[in-house]
Design a protein around this ligand. Structure first.
Ligand code: TXA
Ligand code: MG
Length: 349
């Protein structure tokens, strides 16, 4: 049985938070909101509890989890050799949508790290997440609360869809602010490497510590000679049931191309979805047109991206044409998720 509870994200009921904390302490699974996406949490220090996460999600065991903490000093319990750069980043970006990878300490059970000698750690800022972890008094391992391969959940309804009956409790705390998963940075390298782009952008990290690299996989399709350092980046992800194509080029050309493609598909009896922006929404007359956000405020696009992909599935479209975006700032995270959703299929207008 899954208990679903609704909590005020600014001022959550402590009685209900403690009920959730007790489920975690006693080895159960709780899905909860964070500022990025919803997570499915278990007590990191209890290998049997952590094992349940992989079963609930249908997640491959070789894909390591992020440990979520609520107190700065806890970092040093689970990580070794924390470099000065990481202290600076922690000061600037924690709590927040940043995950850092360190050498792991011996008390972290290997099931969390897929047997690797490194561990991913993050301190979420969402009040419900933060309070839950603090009251539980344990580190909480939490992948995104979707079935493996589906778009990450940014609203409790997405979690209920995927995980009802598979977890002990689902906390409904409304929609997530950032909408894409945390930035994952490998801090074990001389120059830190972004393994997964997210809300804390490359530009923000550059400003904070002066240098950072990006794993080439972030820009490209994985191949035999190009393997991601974050195991999770190699899996097919975020895939709606529809075929997704990204249409890139000058915005005017993109609009025209999508109009043409839509007409062609409709004539072939296909149901077509279009992922449009404030700037282009009015131009599309045919197909299922969904508004993903405002190009002038790209954070709105990040916030709505996964919800939009799920909505296309609900509407039963066969093909989705998504407008492309730039790769700077939060655009890198948006395009990374969109490219995975599209299986890297793109059309140049
Ligand atoms: O925003 C987020 O990070 C969300 C919320 C719930 O906190 N969590 C999340 O977890 O996205 P998950 O498990 O869906 O993604 C974690 C990513 C995967 O790509 C995984 O391979 C990578 O982090 N990762 C975890 N530990 C790692 C390690 N030791 N070395 C390299 N990559 C690691
Ligand atoms: Mg995930």
């Amino acid at each position: 049985m899954t208990k679903v509870v609704k909590l005020d994200r600014e001022n959550p009921d402590i009685g209900l938070i403690d009920e959730a904390a007790n489920i975690l302490i006693s080895g159960g699974l709780v899905a909860f909101p964070t500022e990025t996406v919803y997570g499915i949490g278990a007590n990191s220090l209890n290998p049997d509890a952590v094992a349940k996460i992989f079963i609930a999600k249908g997640r491959p065991q070789d894909n390591p989890l992020i440990l979520h903490i609520a107190e700065f000093q806890d970092l040093f319990k689970y990580a070794k050799n924390v470099p000065d750069n990481a202290l600076k980043m922690m000061e600037m970006f924690w709590p927040g949508p940043l995950t850092m990878i360190f050498k792991k300490s011996d008390i972290v059970p290997p099931i969390n790290t897929a047997g690797m000698d490194t561990v991913a750690i993050r301190m979420p800022s969402n009040t419900i997440a933060h309070t839950l972890i603090k009251r539980a008094g344990i580190p909480v391992s939490a992948p995104s609360a979707n079935l493996s391969g589906k778009p990450s959940p940014t609203d409790a309804s997405h979690v209920i869809n995927d995980l009802y009956g598979r977890v002990d409790m689902i906390i409904d705390g409304g929609s997530c602010d950032v909408g894409v998963e945390s930035t994952v940075v490998d801090m074990t390298a001389e120059i830190p490497i972004i393994l997964r782009p997210g809300g804390i952008t490359k530009e923000m990290i550059m400003n904070a510590i002066g240098h950072v690299e990006v794993d080439p996989i972030v820009y490209k399709k994985p191949a035999k000679d190009l393997r991601p350092k974050a195991p999770g980046m190699k899996y097919k992800h975020y895939s709606p049931d529809a075929e997704v194509y990204i249409v890139k080029g000058k915005l005017g050309d993109v609009i025209k191309k999508i109009q043409e493609l839509t007409e062609f598909q409709l004539n072939n009896g296909k149901k077509v979805g279009i992922m449009a922006t404030e700037q282009t929404y009015e131009k599309y007359r045919n197909g299922v047109v969904l508004l993903v956000g405002d190009r002038e405020r790209p954070e709105t696009i990040a916030k709505n991206l996964f919800g939009c992909l799920r909505e296309f599935d609900k509407k039963g479209v066969d093909v989705v044409y998504a407008e492309g975006f730039g790769y700077d700032e939060i655009g890198l995270a948006i395009m990374n998720r969109l490219e995975k959703a599209a299986g890297y299929k793109e059309i140049i207008a």
